[in-house]
Design a protein around this ligand. Sequence first.
Ligand code: CA
Length: 357
Amino acid sequence: MQGLGAAGVATGLAACGRSEQGPAGASNRRFNWKLVTTWPPNFPIFHEGVERFSQDVSKMSNGRLRITVFAGGELIPALQSFDAVSQGTVEMGHGAAYYWSGKIPAAQFFTAVPFGLNAQGMNAWLYYGGGRELWQEIYEPFNLMPLPMGNTGVQMGGWFRKKINSIADLKGLKMRIPGLGGKVMAKAGVNPVLLSGGEIYTSLERGNIDATEWVGPYHDLRLGLHRAADYYYYPGWHEPGPTLELLINNSAWQQLPEDLQLIVENAAAASNIWMLSEFEAKNLAALKTLREEHKVQILPFPDDVIQQLRKFTEEALNEQAAKDATFAKVLTAYRAFASGNAEWSALSEAAYAQALR
Ligand code: CA
């Protein structure tokens, strides 16, 4: 291998006289990139998964591409990462596409949509079903290239200080629930509140909010939410399989030789499955702790609540589509894939889950 590389360099230099062109010349070039996440420092799974990705890339490229990772706020405020990567202040970012829904409403489809695709469905749509191409098309005007990198799996519905027996019980509740889920809840009379992770426990414990969603058993247990509310509802209809996002500055991406691009793509795909796997394994252990040690009441949302929220979700999606042509375009593609996915899942995953009951 080394011999081939050396011969290639010699030929490349002789042929064009430039060391930056051609695969062999490019293979010597070293890149030192910065990646900013939207996560707090050492945030389990989310931030740790990004650190792991950076180490993988460094090892696989034999140090030719080094990525220094900064947590949210270390280099720039967490939610400025989109602009920082877009402008090339840093080369990469990690977060979730729906954080940018203020700029690009359609970005929500690339994280999660209420009652939409789960992790398996998202991967199928993004990798094989045309989703990734749409995502790239929408980000291109911002000089950005997105890749899927991580998924939480189906989240939990959230913690409530009182029992929810019907849709009427939601009316007037103050709940921390971001994004489209919050818009849907508002149609049920909920007052959706935006709070960062660090503010949730105190707000709930003091009764400043009546309910909150966060992630799943593992992260919710770490935050101590079982000490602030008695009822833990499932499923996370609002976030059925949120995909996490690797953002890459497109100009920087074009500078990478093909082999380094492939290393980044494959390391991101490996991180995608690794994070989902860690979520699955840690959530099931934490669920047991919540149930057995902390005696948390773990309840399903009543059927009428789920049915009403589904109806409100369709209304919210159609309203947004009427205001935004790009949103409408992605919604059409997403619905087409999701309905086929539901049909197949009814005979496969869903039927199998039913068989295990
Ligand atoms: Ca959540």
